[in-house]
Ligand binder design. Structure first.
Ligand code: F6R
Length: 368
């Protein structure tokens, strides 16, 4: 079943272009998002005034990315909560709240219990799910299936990019319902989304280079990941992948937070992955992140930058630059996460570990 691949994880990483393409397929027509999937919410969608996204682990990072995109496009307040924390905060829910759950398996008990809580509180529910007919999908008012295909490796990869694609489709649809995005901007975003599978193919070509890097770094004791705005969830995801697969202490930080504490961790030789925003970023975050790189480099950090192709400003300060193709700011995470997935997998492999079945973990967490 692995085909010629060394692991399910390697196979699933390579399947990411199809995972996104299949999730988009049939859902974009004439520069509009078409989601018959939402029939169960048809009457209520226009009246929704708030969204709460619930998920665990990697799916929660997809949720964070959903927040940036959907808030921007549909101008609706969104909060992202870990499913297992959700109920205990006595969340304020009403019939005009939409609770969006994200789950690859659709069986994660923490997320299922959170969805049930939301239903009892009278909120509307939408699930983003990769498994046909899963419990969470059945419980929800509507479901947008990600069509990533079965994910076997414990570590989530292709389901993650498919979840982002599904959330973005939903966000663009909601923006149309709410009339918050011009036809031109919608068209541009759909063009960006449709170009992701081809760009993912290009990012996958960096594999051998990352393999070398991982081999070289296989005795690292701790690795840090920095990102800003949409690069922040990517940093969190890079750190999670490294912990779970390579058993290396790893932390993801919002780069702006460095000076509020984490910079104290930087000592000579400390490897730091930095997800660099595009120099074309409309928020001008590029310069700020480059200046973070300079700060930690001055303290001896070893900088591994994930940066847009041709980003010359990063070159003088980075020990290693992994290029990603040009994409709109909100779409960069779909590309930038891939080298980090490969890095964690290759480092675990270099340490002789089982990448498909990391210790202490199960694919689907069906207990609370
Ligand atoms: C990380 C990973 C987990 C899952 C989390 C949620 O690689 O796989 O963090 O993302 O357990 O699982 P689902 O999406 O099945 O609810």
């Amino acid at each position: 079943e692995k085909g010629g691949w060394s692991s399910f994880m390697a196979k699933e990483i390579s399947e990411q272009p199809e995972a996104v393409a299949n999730t988009l397929r049939t859902r974009i027509h004439d520069d509009h998002v078409v989601l018959p999937d939402l029939a169960g919410l048809e009457d209520s969608l226009a009246g929704i005034d708030r969204i709460v996204i619930i998920a665990c682990g990697t799916a929660s990072y997809a949720g964070m990315l959903g927040k940036y995109a959907i808030e921007k496009w549909a101008r609706i307040p969104i909060e992202v909560q870990l499913s297992h924390e959700f109920r205990y905060s006595e969340p304020v829910l009403s019939p005009t709240t939409l609770v969006v759950s994200i789950s690859q398996s659709g069986e994660t008990m923490d997320t299922l219990m959170a969805v049930k809580y939301a239903i009892e509180a009278g909120a509307k529910t939408l699930s983003i799910c990769n498994t046909q007919g899963a419990t969470i999908a059945r419980e929800s008012d509507a479901v947008i299936y990600t069509h990533a295909g079965p994910e076997v490796a414990v570590a989530s990869t292709k389901a993650f990019v498919a979840q982002i694609a599904a959330l973005y489709l939903f966000g663009l649809h909601l923006a149309e319902v709410r009339g918050t995005l011009s036809a031109e901007a919608t068209k541009e975003a759909l063009g960006e989304l449709s170009s992701i599978p081809g760009k993912l193919e290009q990012v996958l070509l960096t594999k051998e280079r990352i393999q070398e890097l991982a081999k070289w770094m296989s005795d690292s004791r701790a690795v840090l990941f920095l990102g800003r705005h949409v690069g922040y969830p990517v940093a969190l995801e890079g750190a999670l992948k490294l912990k779970e697969l390579a058993y290396i202490h790893a932390e993801g930080f919002a780069a702006g937070e460095l000076k509020h504490g984490p910079i104290a961790l930087i000592e000579p030789g400390q490897p730091v992955f930095v997800v660099v925003p595009s120099p074309r970023d409309p928020n001008s975050l590029h310069a700020k992140v480059v200046s973070n790189i300079q700060e930690i480099r001055a303290r001896g950090a070893r900088i591994l930058a994930i940066a847009e192709q041709g980003d010359a400003a990063v070159l003088p300060f980075a020990d290693e630059v992994i290029p990603i193709p040009l994409a709109g700011a909100l779409f960069e995470p779909l590309l930038a996460v891939v080298p980090l997935q490969i890095f964690a997998m290759e480092l675990a492999t270099a340490k002789g570990l089982d990448v498909d079945q990391p210790r202490n973990l199960a694919k689907s967490v069906t207990v609370e």
